[in-house]
Design a protein around this ligand. Sequence first.
Ligand code: PLP
Length: 224
Amino acid sequence: MISNALMSIKQRITKAAQQFTRPESIQLLAVSKTRPLSDIVTAFNCGQYRFGENYIQEAIPKIQALRDYSIQWHFIGPLQSNKICLIAEHFDWVQSLDKLKHAQRLNAQRPKKFPPLNITIQVNISEEVQKSGVYLTDLATLVQAVVKLPRLRLRGLMVLPAPCQNFEQQRKPFRALYIAYQQLQASGFALDTLSMGMTNDMVAAIAEGTTLVRIGTGIFGKRL
Ligand SMILES: *Cc1c(COP(=O)(O)O)cnc(C)c1O
């Protein structure tokens, strides 16, 4: 049941935050890809208001159907140039930005009637060739360019490491991202969001200082 699962995830977050002496203000993003509207409404009625979607064709009808709900929508899937306009018009956050070209288009397409689009830059920590995300070596350059775009508001970094079951192994990419995040803050960038951790590696991400976990199966059950 979604209400029980949500409660149990929140308890696990609180417990892990205490165990690793991290702040308990960790935000929970409910990843609702492949889930029906009714699941989103159920979670919303339990107090959950941040939702993440990966596929634009699937997300837009959901966002339109739920426009009377005060939901914060996060786009967390790969960005494609021809979908940028739809994303700029429908989402509150984009977590998967990794190219300046996409940042410039999002900036140009963000409607004036909306506040700036919140952004986290996706980092490819392990430099896997097939994966989305900017390499750490190119991160500072992208950050400097993104903060100059007035219709975007850079909030932080996001990572999606390769799945792995070993807890100590899981912690490594999160630690590397946390260090990059702190370095950017020390250089004067006002960042407040470190998006790391999913159902299977949430505790490792909390141990390494995440501020936002993205949970799908842990809330809604096995993916449909
Ligand atoms: C699907 C997805 C999640 C959620 O994964 P679960 O293992 O179901 O918790 C988190 N982040 C991204 C980017 C995803 O695509």
